[in-house]
Design a protein around this ligand. Structure first.
Ligand SMILES: Nc1nc2c(ncn2[C@@H]2O[C@H](COP(=O)(O)OP(=O)(O)O)[C@@H](O)[C@H]2O)c(=O)[nH]1
Ligand SMILES: Nc1ncnc2c1ncn2[C@@H]1O[C@H](COP(=O)(O)OP(=O)(O)O)[C@@H](O)[C@H]1O
Length: 401
C-alpha cells in the first residue's frame, strides 16, 4: 500500500466543489461522506502523486489501491468533482497534452476492481483533447485481407488512424519489423506482463500467444488518432467484455477456396502453418458471423469494393470530413497559478495573472460533455477552446476564489 502522503489537511473541506491547493496537496470533498487528498508521496526527487481518502463516518484515513498510469507530480493542481464518480485534476505548469487527468473513484471499472481486490480502489485516466473516435477492432480469418485493408486505411488517412502494435510470441516474417508490425517477444516475458495487468486482452492463436497491451492503445490515443486493432475473434470478445468502447468489424472471405488461394499466394507460411490456419478459419468464420459479437461484417471479394464499404462504415465515404477535424488541437499552457469553475459539463480555466491586460484571452473552456472511455486507458473527447467574452463575466461561470 505504501507510505501515507505527507498531506496538510485543511478544515475547510465541506464544499463539494471546493478546490484547495497547498503546494502539492489538493483536498476535495465528494458528497458528505468522503474527502480525497491528492498530493506528494515519498521524499524529494522520488516523490510521486498519491491519494488518500478520509472517511468522515469513521474519521479514518484510508490508503486506496491506485490503478492506471498516474500523472507526474507537479507543484500544484486544481481539482473538481464530476458527476460524483470521478475527479478532474488539472496539473499546474503543464500543457494541455498532459495537464488533464481524471481520478476515477466510483466508476463501473473502479467498483469492479474494488470487488475483485477487496480493497478501496481509485484509478487514473489521462484526458486527451480531441475528437472522441472510438477504436476499431478488425477481425477475420488468416489471409482474408485484414492487413491489406488496414494498410490502405493508414496510407490514405495517416493523420486519422494509428495501429495498435500487438505483442506476439510468433517469429517475425521476412518483411516484418519489431515495434512496427508486432512487438516480437518471449513467451515467459509476455506471460509475466499479462500477470501484471499490462494487457487489455490476449489469446492463443494458431499455436502462439498474441495480445494488445494497454500502452499500445493509449499511445495511439495520445497522438489524437483513432486506434485500429487487428485481433482474432477471442480477442474481440475480450475487448467487448472490457470497458474499452470500440466498433467491431469482421472481414469475411467470399469463399473458403478463395481464402486458401490467398493464404498460399502470400507465401509467408509453411504448408503445416497454412493447414492450421485453414482449420482455425472455419471456427473463426462461424463465430464471427453468428455470435452477434461484431457490429459489421464485410465480405472482402473485390478489394476496392470492400475498402469502400469499410470507409463508409467509418464515416469516411464523403472523402475526409472527419479526418480533417482531427488535426491536432493547439497546445494550451496552464500555469501554476490558475483557478477553475464549473457549470454543467464545462470547466472555465482562468490562467490570468493580475498584470495581464486582456484577461479573456487567457481563459479557456474545457468542455467535458462528449468525453468517452476512461480507465483502463485514456479519457477521450475533451474539447478545449478559448473562452468568449460572454463566458468570462457573470454569464454562467463563477470564478472560484
Ligand atoms: N487476440 C489477439 N489476436 C491478435 C493480436 N494480434 C494479432 N492477432 C490475430 O492473430 C492472428 C494471426 O496473426 P498473424 O500471425 O499476423 O497472421 P495473419 O492473420 O495470417 O496475418 C490474426 O487473426 C490476428 O488478427 C492481438 O493482439 N490479440
Ligand atoms: N480482395 C482481395 N482479393 C485478392 N487478394 C487479396 C484481397 N485482399 C487481400 N488479398 C491478398 O491476400 C493475401 C492475404 O492478405 P492479408 O492482408 O495478409 O490478410 P490477413 O492480414 O487477413 O491475414 C495478401 O497476399 C493480399 O495481397
Amino acid at each position: 500500500m505504501g507510505e501515507a502522503p505527507a498531506f496538510i489537511v485543511d478544515d475547510d473541506v465541506s464544499n463539494g466543489l471546493l478546490l484547495k491547493s497547498k503546494g502539492c496537496e489538493t483536498i476535495i470533498s465528494m458528497g458528505c461522506n468522503r474527502t480525497f487528498a491528492i498530493g506528494a508521496m515519498g521524499n524529494g526527487s522520488d516523490s510521486t502523486i498519491g491519494v488518500l481518502i478520509f472517511e468522515k463516518s469513521t474519521s479514518e484515513w484510508v490508503i486506496p489501491t491506485v490503478l492506471g498510469m498516474k500523472p507526474a507530480l507537479s507543484k500544484g493542481h486544481s481539482a473538481i468533482v464530476l458527476d460524483e464518480d470521478r475527479i478532474l485534476v488539472i496539473k499546474g505548469n503543464s500543457t494541455s497534452d498532459d495537464c488533464f487527468w481524471f481520478l476515477e473513484v466510483n466508476t463501473a471499472f473502479v467498483r469492479e476492481q474494488s470487488a475483485r481486490l477487496g480493497t478501496e480502489v481509485v484509478a487514473w485516466s489521462k484526458g486527451v483533447v480531441g475528437e472522441a473516435q472510438i477504436p476499431v477492432v478488425i477481425s477475420g480469418p488468416s489471409g482474408v485481407g485484414k492487413g491489406t485493408l488496414i494498410a490502405k486505411l493508414m496510407e490514405d488517412f495517416p493523420m486519422m488512424f494509428g495501429f495498435s502494435v500487438s505483442h506476439t510470441t510468433r517469429a517475425p516474417r521476412n518483411n516484418e519489423q519489431n515495434g512496427v508490425h508486432y512487438h516480437f517477444t518471449e513467451r515467459d516475458v509476455m506471460e509475466n506482463d499479462i500477470q501484471d495487468g499490462k494487457f487489455l486482452e490476449f489469446a492463443a492463436v494458431h499455436g502462439n500467444l498474441y495480445g494488445t497491451s494497454v500502452e499500445s492503445v493509449e499511445m495511439v490515443t495520445d497522438q489524437g488518432k483513432r486506434c485500429i486493432l487487428d485481433i482474432d475473434v477471442q480477442g474481440a470478445r475480450s475487448v467487448r467484455a472490457s470497458s474499452l468502447e470500440a466498433i467491431f468489424v469482421f472481414i469475411c472471405p467470399p469463399s473458403f477456396e478463395e481464402l486458401e488461394k490467398r493464404l498460399r499466394a502470400r507465401g509467408t507460411e509453411t504448408e503445416e502453418q497454412i493447414q492450421k490456419r485453414l482449420r482455425n478459419a472455419k471456427a473463426e468464420i462461424d463465430q464471427g458471423t453468428s455470435l452477434g459479437l461484431f457490429d459489421n461484417c464485410l465480405i472482402n471479394d473485390d478489394l476496392e469494393m470492400c475498402y469502400k464499404n469499410l470507409k463508409k462504415l467509418l464515416g469516411l465515404s464523403d472523402g475526409s470530413a472527419k479526418a480533417n477535424n482531427l488535426s491536432a488541437p493547439e497546445t494550451v499552457h496552464v500555469p501554476l497559478e490558475h483557478t477553475i469553475s464549473k457549470v454543467d459539463q464545462k470547466i472555465l480555466i482562468n490562467c490570468t495573472t493580475p498584470q495581464q491586460e486582456k484577461p479573456a484571452s487567457n481563459m479557456f473552456v474545457l468542455d467535458l460533455s462528449s468525453i468517452k472511455g476512461g480507465a483502463p486507458g485514456r479519457t477521450r473527447g475533451l474539447n478545449l477552446y478559448e473562452a468568449g467574452p460572454s463566458m468570462t463575466g457573470c454569464n454562467g461561470f463563477k470564478t472560484a476564489s
